[in-house]
Design a protein around this ligand. Structure first.
Ligand SMILES: *Cc1c(COP(=O)(O)O)cnc(C)c1O
Length: 221
């Protein structure tokens, strides 16, 4: 099989996905040149896992970087909040009340964010428990500098991605329940779930944003 370039892969997945599903490219460990290439091809959502890596890359990508939104998708340490607020347009990894308070205290303007849910309650993962997420969003909604726009999850990895289906469906239920609550200050518009192995199942279960890394850029080294 002929190797496709990241730009070709981006277009390939953009064409495969329904129009209403956003495509984020997860660019950890990818070079500024690779990021520039996909933005040139039309990618408008870049997800990074580390504040410093994103900061350096965004600068190296230069003016082209401004054609995309940059989202934090990795665990954010509280001592990195100030830098993160400078670099990112949205934080998808709001995973604790302490982090929420730190962001609310330091932000000079309302910050867009998604609440990360540890949907399978895995010990190795960050995120709010499924049972706690409705309360959590209710509390965060009252913080003046936080704008909750949805939920994010890193669903468990299975050899057969269909095995993740029940967790993805549970995420959609939580998303719909919160949307029905219609809390002031909360706009449930993004359900960020599905990665290279699981995006098809995630879309079937109601994802509104998939995050692809290896499918577009090849294996990480
Ligand atoms: C790396 C990463 C992805 C993309 O994973 P792939 O399996 O390479 O597509 C998506 N979301 C998060 C939070 C990641 O860290």
């Amino acid at each position: 099989m002929a190797q496709r370039s990241p730009a070709e892969n981006y277009r390939h997945y953009r064409d495969l996905l329904p129009d209403e599903v956003a495509l984020m490219l997860a660019t950890k460990e990818r070079s500024p040149e690779e990021v520039a290439e996909v933005i040139e091809a039309g990618a408008d959502l870049i997800g990074e896992n580390y504040v410093q890596e994103a900061e350096a890359k965004r600068q190296l990508v230069g003016a082209l970087a401004e054609r995309a939104q940059w989202h934090m998708i990795g665990h954010l340490q509280r001592n990195k909040v100030n830098d993160a607020l400078d670099v990112f347009d949205c934080i998808q990894s709001l995973d604790s009340m302490r982090l929420a308070r730190a962001i609310n205290r330091r932000a000079a303007r309302p910050v867009r964010m998604l609440v990360e849910v540890n949907i399978a309650q895995e010990k190795t993962k960050f995120g709010i428990t499924p049972d706690g997420v409705v309360d959590f969003v209710g509390q965060v909604a009252q913080m003046e500098n936080l704008r909750v726009e949805g939920l994010m999850t890193i669903e468990p990895l299975f050899d057969d991605p269909a095995d993740a289906r029940l967790y993805l469906a549970r995420m959609r239920e939580l998303f719909d329940a919160l949307r029905a609550q219609d809390l002031p200050g909360v706009q449930m518009r993004t359900l960020s779930m599905g990665m290279s192995g699981s995006w098809q199942v995630a879309v079937e279960e109601g994802s509104t944003m998939v995050r692809l890394g290896t499918a577009v850029f090849g294996p990480r080294t």
